[in-house]
Ligand binder design. Sequence first.
Ligand code: PEP
Ligand code: MG
Length: 561
Amino acid sequence: MQNFQGVGVSPGRIIGTIRQMPKPVSEPPAGEQLPAGVSAEDATAALKAAAKAVHDQLKNRAQTVSGDGKAVLEATALMATDTMLLKTAGKLIARGTSNQRAIWEAGASVSEMLHNLGGYMAERATDVLDVRARIVAELRGVPAPGIPSAETPFILIAEDLAPADTATLDPEKVLALLTAGGGPQSHTAIIARSLGLPAVVAAAGVDALADGTEVYVDGAAGTITAEPGDEQRHAAEQWAATASLLADFDGTGTTADGHQVPLLANVGGGKDAAAAARLNAQGVGLFRTEFCFLERDNEPSVDEQAAAYKEVFDAFPGKKVVLRTLDAGADKPLPFLTDATEPNPALGVRGYRTDLTTPGVLERQLQAIARAAAESDADVWVMAPMISTAEEAARFATMCAEAGLRTPGVMVEVPSAALTAEAILREVSFASLGTNDLTQYAMAADRQLGPLAGLNTPWQPAVLRLVGLTVEGSIAEGHGKSVGVCGEAAADPALAVVLTGLGVTTLSMTARSIAAVAAVLKTVSLAEAQELAKLALSAPSATDARAWVRAKLPVLEELGL
Ligand code: PEP
Ligand code: MG
């Protein structure tokens, strides 16, 4: 048995065999020539065979998945044997370039051409780059990049997953997600929770495990055991039995003594929203609108945006839907809003700030939201990401009013916003704490970096204090304005209790986590939650805060959370 310790980010105890996500394919050296003795004809024939093999693999995989994943795979399969791509490469080979280098360069020029055409064609530009990497991998005889395909379910080990990887991640095939790097607020963690998969990040050494090794994963404790024994098998069996108890939420978030804490869903589009409604979420606390347009090179039209937003609103008639305006930048670049060459994107022109450099996009988005809201029955609230000052809040509120949107709010993700919450809340109707970014900025620790995972946890007493200050700001302001949490902190059942004790009014999380949070919340009274909040605030470290609170909530161990 070999043990690895990481940071548990999504609960679940499971045993399975691992598959490593292949490393990205490296670029063939510039100027690489055909090897001596290999004719251009033979090199071209080998390239065509590799392209055909990639086409067939993708086509076969497309048969095994449905929805978005199928469409993505089918479009990519067609690109593998695209005539223009292969002809361009063929011309380079005829001039003596190696076939790997030729397909690499051909991919770059076809991608650029598609990009310049704009619209639908521009969206295919990244498919070409994916395909050229797959063809090069095929020519080299190494595994294709991206999520591996397999007949039987497996535990995936990846460096980090991009939001776009979710399209091809089949939750029927992937049992759990592990990363050697990656922080607790990284996208891998967010994706794992949204799919209800057990996950551990920052588990140094797991990237060296051989494919096929059997491991036990405890996604709450953050432990991984290679070649597990009877004890682990027993724990996995027990989890399988209790997991079903955590599957249902009755639609009312409340403490044991009836203090209501609406439990809302974080969604990235219409499909997520429909799934969240089926899981009885009480509304949407964070609609990440940029997730609808991650693949886009150009600004979506007002009509297109309104249609995407209406899908989410229609899943929750009569209920609250909090929509966040485009949060482009850093880990979520949108080419039409962000500058890829910024030296320090997390501190750069991102979120609300893009209105400074690309004016008009925010205004048009607000028009689209207002149009979709007018055509639906949802109670639509709108908030801006990355607000740092009361002036910004006031300006955003004015823009919302001009668009006819009545409930403007802000995300509190920057420490300055928490520290000036009273002034900010004077300008807007509500605030929502984005604890993922609030933690990375309070601790000055990139949320994506594994080595900083210990700093990058919302259990940090400093972060909890910023949450408390935001709540105090809302009370001081006197209108009892809503202060929710929509960062990943809300999905941790123990932390959800602490946040409730700190006075947070709603909790928003991936819909799959709601049942577990509800189950734990209803075992404590509001006064007990307040005591636990005090306990966490008094702890000298994040580790102690978590351990002290967990020790007072034995229900967590009983439920395997
Ligand atoms: C956050 O920062 O906590 C948040 C909810 O926004 P995102 O994770 O999309 O940056
Ligand atoms: Mg954020």
